[in-house]
Design a protein around this ligand. Sequence first.
Ligand code: 13P
Length: 256
Amino acid sequence: MSDRKPIIAANWKMFKTPTEGYQFARQLLPKAMNLPGVKFILCPSATGLYHIQEVVKDSAIELGGQNLHPAEEGAFTGETSARMLVACGCQWVIIGHSERRHIFHESDKDIQPKIPTALNAGLNVILCIGERLEERQEGKTEEVLRQQLRDGLAGMETYPIDRLVIAYEPVWAIGTGVVATPEQAGEAHAQVRGILGELFPGIEAETVGILYGGSVKSSNAEALSKTPGIDGFLIGGASLDLDEYVKIAEISQIEA
Ligand code: 13P
């Protein structure tokens, strides 16, 4: 990890009711106070946000949405706006998660307008990118990452890039139990940093946080957290269990 605070972000996906999320957050609170060397971000489903903000407001735990619609408001049944996320206490939003891309067929062009919308609303963005197994096997990982960053971040040259975090989540590692090796993750993170430097020549690519996601657990977090260029984790399954989530944070803090 770099010398900035590692981000330990929980993506709860479509798990946990508002009550379950609230109880988790209450139990996390005292533990998070003992771990000031990491940044905790909880991303519950939209229904859980309002309830959980009561627990985490004025604490070190930050809150994020899992998606948003790029329009300010309108007739978009089932969608959530940036303003709604902010009103529910969010400082963050995940954009372009692999499940949004592959299950709900979001393209880079669908994803792109969500980023300025989020930043304009005052949200920090976690932009998810990552290659599929066949793309890796065909040696196309860097090409896929470049395309997702170039198209997803099109027109962002004048935006505050310091409010953007990239999550490298190889699709083949998400929910599979197959975690990227530290070498694979470290190589991809270096590629992402290089591509950001090409796309935004004026910025210090070093200042952009790059998280790793995909089957992170307490058993593999240590080796990954020691890998240069990994600035924290975006955790799915393992973040649903409080002890496991806190253990990953402890490991990351020790290595910070
Ligand atoms: P898992 O940790 O369950 O593999 O999920 C990763 C992920 O998709 C986080 O956004």
